[in-house]
Design a protein around this ligand. Structure first.
Ligand SMILES: Cc1ncc(COP(=O)(O)O)c(C=O)c1O
Length: 447
């Protein structure tokens, strides 16, 4: 265990041994530094439905879902056999095949802004293509992004991702903050940072950079900083303001796509962006992402005005997985995701009820299929800055107790649900939450 020192009923001996060995060859022993932040970086043997099993044979209800992609749960039978069948007929072609346009048609039918689709392999890549298209289509350079929003790890957008309270700067003119050493320093010259969910902050930024903004990019639900929802009318107003200033609107739907509703946040809130990026759930666990947008913008790729490529674009294994996933999530109507969101909301309510019962200061934000818990006295969280007061040590303690009790989660307090989760999973998890919140160390100290 890396961050919490307590005795545990689980030893995780095999996972610890494997991590130790991995650290001698693989940097940090993990394939993404985010994964080292979990209380115990477990080695996973496999998964079935809503459950995963670690190398020590422990079984957990999985609310991490591989950081989001597993919208159908683990080893969904149709998805597994489609990928296996595809692999038997060669892994990749670097040429056209039927699944590409079937999947593109599924996306076109489900996602309102998707007149045309282009495939990439990761969310980070999709964002780069979206930004290039936006700059090409608008003839402008600056991109407006918001504090706390994550759009992948490329230099151009890894800015003001999780700045500290000391770094953020004034509310109406936030300081752009580079996130990583080695990032091209002048990336910030091309970006304007604003505060999300604040129309006055947006207007101020547009006035300051009048005529210079190529596009505004945002997570339409701020999933990477605690699943904060847009205020009623906010997205509509952003749409109006961007149009008025001749800027494009990009929704980064890497998380909300095929999760909040079959057509993502744009369908759910009825606000159509010019371009959307899609990823994670799109292929139920295979590496696939996509950019969707108006015909006029997307066809800049075909005319050669916008250059883009990728060896693995539209690769058959990912497309086979996407075909099954989108068939379940979009073609079969809205009910599968509506059920996932209902179950998630039940769990959100279970958190709230237990917190109330045991006087634990807790705020739960999100939409069900994705939500996050915040140990905080703030009852309303509207923007990234509001989350800076969260008690993160308390969160780590809580997640550690959850892991010990057979509940696997992400380190930032985010929970994902899949079509494989059941009422029984929710009941079992709710009982664990209630037991943990009943511990003395979770209650609000009496003053
Ligand atoms: C909203 C959002 N955009 C983009 C990305 C980057 O996607 P990837 O990790 O596939 O590069 C992520 C990843 O978590 C994300 O949550």
């Amino acid at each position: 265990m890396e961050t919490v020192t307590e005795s545990s009923s689980k030893s995780w001996t095999r996972s610890r041994e494997m991590l130790e060995r991995a650290r001698r060859s693989l940097v940090g022993g993990v394939s993404s530094p985010f994964r080292a932040k979990v209380p115990v970086p477990l080695y996973i043997e496999g998964g079935h439905g809503s459950r995963i099993v670690d190398a020590d044979g422990n079984s957990y209800i999985d609310y991490a879902l591989a950081w989001g992609p597993l919208i159908l749960g683990h080893s969904h039978p149709a998805l597994s056999s489609a990928v296996a069948a595809r692999a038997r007929g060669s892994h990749t072609f670097g040429a056209q095949h039927e699944d590409e346009f079937i999947v593109a048609e599924y996306i076109q039918n489900a996602v309102p802004c998707a007149e045309r689709v282009a495939f990439t392999s990761s969310g980070t890549e999709a964002i780069q293509l979206a930004l290039r298209l936006a700059r090409a289509a608008s003839g402008k350079n600056r991109i407006m992004k918001f504090e706390g929003h994550y759009h992948g790890w490329a230099d151009s957008v890894l800015i003001s991702y999780h700045p500290t309270a000391a770094q953020v700067g004034p509310h109406d003119a936030p300081t752009p903050v580079l996130t990583s050493r080695g990032q091209v320093p002048n990336s910030i010259d091309n970006v304007v940072v604003s505060v999300w969910n604040s129309l006055s902050a947006l207007e101020t930024a547009f006035q300051r950079y009048s005529g210079e903004i190529a596009a505004v990019i945002m997570e339409p639900v701020l999933c990477n900083s605690g699943c904060l929802l847009p205020l009623p009318g906010y997205l509509e107003k952003v749409r109006e303001i961007t149009k008025a200033h001749g800027a494009l609107l990009i929704f980064d739907e890497v998380i909300t796509g095929f999760r909040l509703s079959p057509g993502g946040a744009q369908q759910f809130y009825g606000v159509k962006p010019d371009i959307a990026t899609l990823g994670k759930a799109i292929a139920g666990g295979a590496a696939l992402s996509a950019v969707a947008g108006s015909k006029e913008i997307m066809e800049m790729i075909m005319t050669g005005q916008v250059s883009f490529g990728g060896t693995f674009n539209g690769n058959p294994l990912a497309m086979a997985a996407a075909r099954v996933t989108l068939n379940e999530i979009t073609v079969k109507g809205s009910e599968p995701l509506a059920r996932v969101n209902r179950l998630g909301q039940q769990l959100m309510n279970a958190f709230r009820e237990s917190a109330r019962k045991h006087s634990v200061p807790l705020t739960v934000c999100g939409f069900g299929a994705a939500f996050a818990i915040h140990f905080t006295e703030h009852e309303e969280l509207l923007e990234y800055r509001d989350t800076l007061a969260d008690d993160r040590d308390q969160l780590q303690r809580f997640l550690y107790h959850m892991l010990e009790s057979g509940i696997y989660t992400l380190p930032d307090g985010r929970f994902y649900l899949s079509t494989a989760h059941t009422e029984d999973d929710i009941a079992e998890t709710s009982a664990v939450i209630d037991r943990i919140f009943g511990r003395q160390d979770f209650r609000k100290p009496h003053v």
